[in-house]
Design a binder for this molecule. Structure first.
Ligand code: GLU
Length: 276
């Protein structure tokens, strides 16, 4: 099976070295293997994404010397694909409407902690369906959450292959009942990434290790939606000389600021861990 990798940035800002690392990882593997490298723009949250950042992504990648195969997939052009996946999950009975605000969740005494902060404490999990429907129809903001325990019971034990670690057991419960759609956006990162990796025939997902916990949820969604499971290779996060994560560090340099200050594409590739 030919290798298919992808780079899937969100156009919420300019690319930085961490993005360059993910993009170069996927691109160089595909090019070495004679496979395909795809570019996907993850822009479902229209309030945070801007067309000028999308244009900048394309420009910065080309400046770095990367090329991609086939058309760019822009997620906001494909909401119907995600709605269809949500409908299928609804048929399985693994979604429920949640009306909690962020503040409600933070205030819940019982909220256990997961790798990304407090887990959803389950407040709305057992709302009577008629109550939930009435509140949705009344226009109250809501999120559709995955009932992870129910979904896991349906899917059974799951594994995925992570480069360097071998076969891992999926533990989707570590992220809890994640949001898969909202009133104002018919999908979420977890849903779209799972659907798109399958629709685009991605065989190896290369991305930073901060997304490894999310992969456990994606594996569960693949099982529920009857989608194939790619292989995974999560790379280490780039850090500065003090060991601080670049994406988190205030003022981590964007690729364009490096370029404006005279850094060459070859130097950026080296800084990102991919010397030519
Ligand atoms: N869109 C995500 C981000 O920019 C990456 C998604 C992925 O590689 O799975 O962080």
């Amino acid at each position: 099976m030919p290798l298919v990798t992808r780079f899937a940035p969100s156009p919420t800002g300019y690319l930085h070295l961490g993005h360059a690392c993910s993009a170069l990882d996927g691109w160089s593997r595909a090019r070495r293997a004679g496979g395909r490298f795809l570019l996907r723009i993850e822009d479902i949250d229209r309030t945070r994404c801007r067309p000028e950042f999308e244009a900048a992504i394309v420009e910065d990648l080309a400046w770095l010397g990367l090329d991609w195969d086939g058309p760019v997939r822009r997620q906001s052009d494909h909401f119907d694909d995600y709605r269809a996946a949500i409908a299928r999950l609804q048929t399985l009975g693994v979604l429920y409407a949640c009306f909690c605000t962020r503040r409600d969740i933070a205030a819940a005494q019982s909220a256990p902690h997961g790798p990304e902060g407090p887990l959803y404490p389950g407040t709305c999990r057992h709302l009577p369906p008629e109550t939930a429907s009435a509140r949705m129809e009344a226009g109250e903001p809501y999120a559709l959450r995955l009932d992870v325990a129910k979904a896991m019971a349906l899917a059974g034990a799951l594994t995925f292959d992570e480069e360097g670690s071998g076969r891992l057991t999926a533990h989707p419960e570590h992220l809890g009942d994640v949001v898969l759609a909202r009133r104002e956006i018919p999908c979420s990162y977890h849903l779209c990434v799972t659907v798109d990796d399958a629709l685009q025939g991605v065989t190896l997902v290369t991305r930073a290790e901060d997304l490894l916990p999310a992969t456990h949820i994606h594996r569960l969604l693949q099982a529920l939606l009857g989608l194939p499971t790619p292989h995974y290779a999560h790379h280490k996060l780039l850090t500065d000389a003090q060991g601080v994560r670049l994406a988190k560090r205030a003022g981590a340099p964007s690729l364009r600021s490096l370029r404006e200050s005279g850094t060459s594409p070859a130097e950026v590739r080296e800084l990102a861990g991919f010397p030519s």
